[in-house]
Design a protein around this ligand. Structure first.
Ligand SMILES: NC(=O)c1ccc[n+]([C@@H]2O[C@H](COP(=O)([O-])OP(=O)(O)OC[C@H]3O[C@@H](n4cnc5c(N)ncnc54)[C@H](OP(=O)(O)O)[C@@H]3O)[C@@H](O)[C@H]2O)c1
Length: 311
């Protein structure tokens, strides 16, 4: 059994990739050279873990990282079950991933959705025993589904590495409904995706170019004045930026933030933020303001729509 990978923060790659994707969705295209510089900065900062999936960057992210070189980094990748289990589907998908990565194994492999859990995990267990997956995690699972996954793995003597779900200052359902505590009690890592809420938890005083995401967020951001006010005050107190407060908030709770980073400065900020611990008072004020603003975000269970109903 491999030693457990201790993650402080993870670099998300969802927005790496094509021009159309960057310009339309994020309001700017970041070319591959800058992303490569971001990887060099990550190396310098000791952030070695990259989170990927086949469809990230409209299919470009995995190929990019394979070209840049995956020798000295930790790869987190996923099997995404769009639809029901089909024999050998995980193996076939993993082979394509490994070709993209130009590697013979993946460090952490996640079942991306709680579809046909037993069958999908059975295949992942086979790949784990062959040494092609070093750790197994689950993503977008609720507490009951996590327990099912853990039981299946326990029977094989394989630890459930982690749970990767949506979590941020304004989306804390997995904490309120007990999943986060269960992870802590069972030494299972909790990785949070979209801790910056796709850019909504960045500095409202900095004007960004038009983007589809920005347009979608506009109405919600108008409800968040008080939360921004407190984030700015906390940022000042710790000499941080506003998005760093969202990152430090996670780190202060022992949650591993996955942040969409495309630029060296974003990587540097992430590395700095996860070493900061907010006080209980600061955390309480941020949570109260977040709950009171009632902003509608992506939703902790937004991918439920892709999980077929039980037969
Ligand atoms: N398991 C799952 O189902 C799942 C689902 C979704 C995402 N994920 C993972 O989670 C990762 C994070 O999600 P995400 O990339 O969608 O969104 P995110 O991290 O919540 O937000 C990304 C946005 O924040 C901005 N940003 C990042 N660092 C910043 C900084 N230091 N200062 C100011 N702005 C900053 C980016 O700006 P720019 O536009 O300027 O780069 C981008 O607009 C994904 O990349 C992916 O790896 C997993």
């Amino acid at each position: 059994m491999m030693d457990k990978i201790k993650a402080k923060a993870v670099i998300g790659t969802n927005s790496w990739g094509g021009k159309a994707y960057g310009n339309l969705l994020r309001g700017s295209y970041v070319d591959d050279g800058i992303i490569k510089e971001a990887m060099t900065e990550a190396d310098r900062q000791g952030l070695m873990i990259y989170d990927l999936a086949r469809d990230y960057g409209l299919g470009k992210a995995q190929k990019m990282i394979g070209e840049f070189g995956t020798k000295d980094i930790i790869l987190s990748a996923k099997y995404t079950p769009f639809g029901r289990y089909k024999k050998n589907c995980v193996r076939r998908s993993l082979e394509k991933d490994l070709a993209d990565f130009r590697r013979s194994y993946i460090d952490i492999y996640w079942l991306h959705l709680p579809t046909d859990i037993e069958q999908h995990l059975a295949e992942m267990i086979g790949l784990y025993k062959e040494g092609r997956i070093h750790h197994i995690g689950v993503s977008n699972f609720d507490l009951n589904e996590c327990m099912i996954a853990k039981n299946i793995l326990d029977k094989e003597g394989i630890p459930l590495y982690g749970v990767q779900n949506h979590y941020s200052i304004i989306s804390r359902e997995w904490e309120k409904n007990g999943l986060l505590n269960w992870c802590r009690e069972n030494d299972i890592s909790f990785w949070a995706w979209a801790v910056l809420e796709e850019g909504m938890l960045t500095d409202p005083r900095i004007k960004r170019k038009f983007s589809l995401m920005g347009f979608i967020m506009q109405r919600q951001k108008r409800k968040m004045h008080e939360l921004y006010r407190i984030m700015i005050a906390v940022a000042k107190r710790h000499d941080l930026t506003v998005p760093q407060v969202a990152e430090a908030f996670c780190a202060s709770k022992g949650i591993v933030p996955i942040c969409g980073c495309r630029k060296p400065e974003q990587v540097r900020q992430l590395a700095e933020a996860v070493d900061i611990r907010l006080t209980q008072g600061e955390i309480r004020r941020l949570e109260e303001a977040a709950d009171n603003c009632n902003a509608k975000v992506l939703g902790h269970d937004m991918f439920r729509a892709f999980v077929p109903k039980k037969r």
